[in-house]
Design a protein around this ligand. Structure first.
Ligand SMILES: Cc1cc2nc3c(=O)[nH]c(=O)nc-3n(C[C@H](O)[C@H](O)[C@H](O)COP(=O)(O)O)c2cc1C
Length: 200
C-alpha cells in the first residue's frame, strides 16, 4: 500500500488540485480544510455519494460534518480517479435502485475502476446505503467492485431503510431519521480519525 507521505501521493494530490482548479472542479471538494500540508491532506477521507431523493446525500453530509474538516465530499458525477488517488480512504454512499446501486454511482465506478486498479490496494473503506426496504443488492455489488481494487472494509455496512413502498413515497424527498444521521456521523468521525491518526 502506498504510504501517504510518499512523493507519489503528494504529487497525486497536487495533480488533483491543480487539474481541478483549472477545470473548475474544486467546488466539488466541499469543506476541504485549508492549510494543512500535503501529507496531512493525503490522509483525508473521501466521501463519494449519489442520491436521487436526498437520503444518501444527507447521510454523506452528516458523515462529512462529523469529520472535523478531515473529509472531502464528492458527488459521484464529479469525482475523478485523481481525487481517490489523493485521499487516504473512502466512504461510499448511495441508494439502492432496482436491486443494485444507483446508476450514477455505478457510472462513477465504471469510469474509475481501471484508472485506479492496482493503485489504491489496501486502503480502508466503508459504505452507507439508503434503501426503501432492502439495500443488500447495492451493498453486495459495491463490495464486489471494491474487492477488485483490494480495498479493506474497516466498518460494518450501514444500510438505512426509509420504508418507502408506494411510487409516491419512493419519489418523494426523504427525511432521514436522526438515529440514522447519528450512525452516519459516527462513521464519518471514526473513519476520518482513524486515517488522521494512522490507525488504518
Ligand atoms: C427507481 C427506484 C428503484 C428503487 N429500487 C429499490 C430497491 O430495489 N430496493 C430498495 O430497498 N429500495 C429501492 N428504492 C427506494 C430507494 O432506495 C429509497 O427511497 C432510498 O431512500 C433513496 O435514497 P436517495 O434518497 O438517496 O435517492 C428505489 C427507488 C427508486 C427511485
Amino acid at each position: 500500500m502506498p504510504r501517504m507521505e510518499d512523493g507519489a501521493d503528494a504529487i497525486a494530490f497536487r495533480l488533483a488540485y491543480g487539474a481541478g482548479a483549472e477545470k473548475g472542479l474544486v467546488p466539488a471538494f466541499h469543506g476541504f480544510a485549508a492549510g494543512p500540508g500535503w501529507a496531512m491532506m493525503a490522509r483525508m477521507l473521501a466521501i463519494i455519494w449519489h442520491s436521487r431523493t436526498g437520503a444518501a446525500r444527507a447521510l454523506a453530509e452528516a458523515a462529512h460534518a462529523a469529520s472535523g474538516g478531515r473529509s472531502v465530499l464528492l458527488a459521484a458525477g464529479e469525482a475523478q480517479p485523481e481525487h481517490l488517488l489523493a485521499a487516504g480512504g473512502y466512504l461510499f454512499a448511495c441508494p439502492e435502485n432496482l436491486g443494485t446501486m444507483s446508476g450514477a454511482m455505478k457510472e462513477f465506478f465504471d469510469r474509475s475502476y481501471y484508472p485506479l486498479l492496482g493503485q489504491i490496494e489496501g486502503r480502508p473503506y466503508a459504505t452507507m446505503i439508503a434503501a426503501g426496504s432492502d439495500g443488500q443488492g447495492a451493498q453486495a455489488q459495491l463490495d464486489r467492485i471494491v474487492t477488485g481494487w483490494r480495498l479493506r472494509r474497516v466498518a460494518e455496512p450501514l444500510i438505512v431503510n426509509l420504508g418507502a413502498q408506494t411510487p409516491e413515497a419512493i419519489l418523494a424527498p426523504k427525511i432521514v431519521p436522526q438515529t440514522a444521521l447519528q450512525s452516519a456521523a459516527e462513521l464519518g468521525a471514526a473513519l476520518s480519525e482513524g486515517l488522521a491518526t494512522g490507525v488504518f
